[in-house]
Design a protein around this ligand. Sequence first.
Ligand SMILES: [Zn+2]
Length: 159
Amino acid sequence: MRRGATHVSLGKMKRAAGLLLYLGERDFVMLVNWTTWGALEVPQRIALIDHELCHAGVDAETGKWGLLHHDVEEFGDVVRRWGLWLPDLKEFGTVIRAQLEIFPSTEKLVGALAALAPKPGSGIDSVTISAGGEEVTLQQGDGERIRHGMGVVRGEKKS
Ligand SMILES: [Zn+2]
């Protein structure tokens, strides 16, 4: 729970800049809190990576790639007192009602992994997930392969 200044960040997406942008040829950098990562279950890790990837996107107003804000930011106490008082909160409430349990089935977990794969025409060639020495790179088209039970076609172990 997020209370006061003691909130522990699980991860953070940043725009690559300076030498990292120039030498690394990457637009975004995802930072993950290694201490908390180890305590997360696999579905939570996937959700965290998905969350951070949602921060990298195209700004609807400018049409440019950038860091996107959360759909909702609100205090639980305000919602307890006033309910879903804004349109975006109402929409989020609808999503939460539909997903009272996160990843309740393997089918949903597979769907979430497939959703992480870059979509054709998205401008993203690959998404690499690294954890505990294991690394998996999802490329365009992998989402469809995963959805059809063909699995992730690439994977390598870091040495
Ligand atoms: Zn966030």
